[in-house]
Design a protein around this ligand. Structure first.
Ligand SMILES: [Zn+2]
Length: 226
């Protein structure tokens, strides 16, 4: 860690201030175990910090982050599924009441995929395969002729990645069962980095709009930010 002074400085602050101030919370979380209110599936992007956006404390969010906040379909015959394992534990073990798919503006993974940078590439076998989860959404874009405007296409695909993950979640039998029993709700959110705003997916109208109680938004910001 000697080459990472920034991280060590942060850790020293955590040890000197944050941990002592939250000692009782950590003690309680150890004594009673975790009981997070929600699972969040977010992108790895360093600008999109779920615990900052939701202003949560340790113990409140069960989180998995991956490139472009994608959920693969239910594939029990597959080999190593980190995201699926986290979903399984959240739903069947922790019995979370909510799963939030958190997408965001200016997603580098989506942009690279859109530009064909994650096409077949033997030097990038993992990310190429992972981003292919977005291929159906890309085909829809191609079919609608919406690819001509690169910025608009990227925003559309960023939103599509959220919708696709919500659809994939419903292919997991234990997710479907929990939803049918009213024990679990799914949510799709989009984080507009520039404006610090969250937009929520409404499946009834197949569109994203302001979250409840947030009047400071006119919907999805124009491509490229506003
Ligand atoms: Zn991203």
């Amino acid at each position: 860690m000697k080459d990472m002074p920034l991280l060590l400085d942060g850790y020293r602050t955590f040890r000197a201030e944050t941990f002592p101030a939250n000692r009782a919370l950590y003690r309680d979380l150890v004594a009673h175990g975790q009981s997070p209110r929600a699972m969040v599936i977010a992108c790895c992007d360093s600008r999109v910090e779920p615990s900052t956006i939701f202003n949560t404390r340790p113990g409140e969010l069960f989180m998995v982050r991956n490139v472009a906040n994608l959920v693969p379909p239910y594939e029990p015959q597959g080999e190593f599924h980190g995201t699926s394992a986290a979903i399984e534990f959240a739903v069947t073990g922790l019995e979370v009441a909510h799963i939030v798919v958190l997408g965001h503006a200016f997603c580098g993974g989506v942009k690279a995929f859109l530009e064909g940078l994650y096409g077949p590439d033997p030097n990038r076998p993992f990310i190429t395969r992972w981003m292919s989860l977005l291929t159906p959404a890309l085909r829809d874009l191609q079919d609608s002729g919406a690819l001509s405007d690169a910025e608009a296409a990227r925003r559309t695909l960023e939103l599509a990645s959220i919708k696709q993950s919500l659809s994939s979640l419903e292919t997991f039998p234990f997710v479907k069962a929990a939803m049918a029993e009213g024990r679990l709700a799914l949510h799709g959110l989009f984080f507009d980095i520039e404006r610090g705003l969250l937009l929520e997916y409404d499946p009834a109208v197949d569109a994203f709009g302001p979250v409840d109680g947030d009047g400071d938004t006119g919907g999805v910001s124009p491509p490229g930010g506003a």
